[in-house]
Design a protein around this ligand. Structure first.
Ligand code: SAM
Ligand code: GLN
Length: 307
C-alpha cells in the first residue's frame, strides 16, 4: 500500500494513534504471536499487517514509517488474537489469495488451496476458442473456482452450488465484490449435488468435492481438522462417495462435447479415472499432476452419445 493509500485508509478508518506506524505494529504483533508460540512470528506479523491493509506482503517493512488508522490497527490486533488462538492465517485475516483474486473467507468455507488454481487452468485450456459455454461448479465454497472462471473467460452462463448456506453467503459476498470484473454474473444455488440444477445441462462441470475419508481425519494437520468445515473436507465411501455421485450423474448434465474437471485425492486418482471410464460416454480421460507432482485432477470430454 502506498503512503497515499495509507492516508486514504486512515481517512476512512478514523484518527491515528500516536506513533502508530506499520513498522511499530509489526513489532507489537510479532511479540504477541511469539508469546503464543508461533514460529516465524515476525514474518507472520508482517504478512498479517499487509493482509489487513490489502497491501503487498513486504509493504510493512518497505514503508515502516507509514501511519496507520485506528480501524486498520484494530483489525490487525483482532487478526493477531485469532492467530494466537490457533486459527489458520487465512481465517485470522479473513482473506485468501486465489489466482488474481483476494477472497473473503471464514470458518464457513474451505480455505482455497494453491493446487486448486490449476483446476481452473485445466478448464480454461479445455474450452479455449469456444464461445457461449455454460458452466456448473458443484461445491463452490468461497466461490473461488466459479469467480476465477467467470472473471477469466467469457462464458455464457455460470452456475455455482453448495449444500452449505453459510458457504453460499461467503461466495455471494465475494462475487458481489468482484461483480465489475466478471464477464458473466454467477447464479448461486443451494442444494446437494445436482438437485439445484435438475433437468439443466451445461458444457463444463467443475468440482473440488470433499475427498478425504473419515478414517483419514486423524492424519490431517490440526489447523485443517480443527478449523475447516468437515463437510467441505470429508465424505464416506473411502472419501469417494461424492465424487462417485458426481460421475454417476454427470452424463445427465453435461452436453456432448462438454468437459468434466474434478479435483481428487492423490491416492485415489486412478480409481476416479477408472470410474469415469467405466461410466462410459467420456473421451480423453486424463489424470493431471499438481505443482507438487501429485496426481490431483481428473478431466474428460463428453462424447457425442445421448444418455
Ligand atoms: N470450491 C471450493 C474450493 O475449491 O476452494 C470449495 C471446495 S470444498 C473442498 C467442497 C465444498 O463442497 C464445500 O463448500 C462443501 O460445503 C460442498 N459440499 C459438500 N457436500 C456437498 C454436496 N453434497 N452437494 C454440494 N456441495 C457439497
Ligand atoms: N486438499 C484439501 C486438504 O488439504 C482437501 C480438499 C478436499 O477435500 N477437496 O486437506
Amino acid at each position: 500500500m502506498s503512503s497515499s493509500l495509507a492516508r486514504q485508509v486512515n481517512a476512512a478508518t478514523g484518527s491515528v494513534e500516536p506513533d502508530a506506524t506499520a513498522g511499530r505494529l509489526v513489532a507489537e504483533l510479532a511479540v504477541r504471536l511469539e508469546r503464543a508460540g508461533i514460529a516465524a512470528s515476525r514474518t507472520e506479523a508482517r504478512d498479517l499487517v499487509a493482509a489487513v491493509c490489502e497491501a503487498p506482503r513486504f509493504w510493512p517493512v518497505l514503508e515502516p514509517t507509514a501511519a496507520l488508522g485506528e480501524g486498520v490497527i484494530l483489525a490487525a490486533r483482532i487478526a493477531a488474537e485469532r492467530r494466537a488462538a490457533g486459527a489458520p492465517f487465512a481465517y485470522a485475516v479473513q482473506r485468501a489469495a486465489f489466482r488474481h483474486l483476494t477472497l473473503a473467507v471464514d470458518e464457513r468455507v474451505l480455505i482455497p488451496r494453491p493446487e486448486t488454481e490449476m483446476l481452473v487452468d485445466h478448464v480454461l485450456a479445455m474450452v479455449r476458442g469456444r464461445a457461449d459455454l455454460h458452466v456448473l461448479e458443484i461445491g463452490t465454497g468461497s466461490g473461488a473456482i466459479a469467480i476465477a472462471l467467470a472473471s477469466e473467460a467469457n462464458f455464457g452462463r455460470v452456475v455455482a452450488t453448495d449444500v452449505s448456506c453459510g458457504a453460499l453467503d461467503v461466495a455471494r459476498n465475494n462475487a458481489a465484490r468482484y461483480a465489475r470484473a466478471l464477464c458473466t454474473p454467477i447464479e448461486f444455488r443451494v442444494g446437494s449435488m445436482f438437485a439445484p440444477v435438475r433437468n439443466e445441462q451445461f458444457d463444463v462441470l467443475a468440482s473440488n468435492p470433499p475427498y478425504i475419508a473419515f478414517e483419514e481425519a486423524p492424519a490431517l494437520p490440526r489447523s485443517v481438522r480443527d478449523w475447516e468445515p468437515a463437510e467441505a473436507l470429508m465424505c464416506g465411501g473411502d472419501g469417494l462417495d461424492i465424487t462417485r455421485q458426481l460421475i454417476d450423474l454427470a452424463p445427465h448434465h453435461v452436453r456432448a462435447g462438454g468437459v468434466l474437471a474434478i479435483e481428487v485425492d492423490e491416492r485415489r486418482a486412478e480409481r476416479v479415472a477408472r470410474t469415469v471410464l467405466d461410466r462410459g460416454g467420456w473421451n480423453a480421460v486424463r489424470i493431471h499432476k499438481d505443482l507438487a507432482g501429485r496426481d490431483r485432477f481428473v478431466t474428460a470430454c463428453r462424447a457425442n452419445t445421448s444418455y
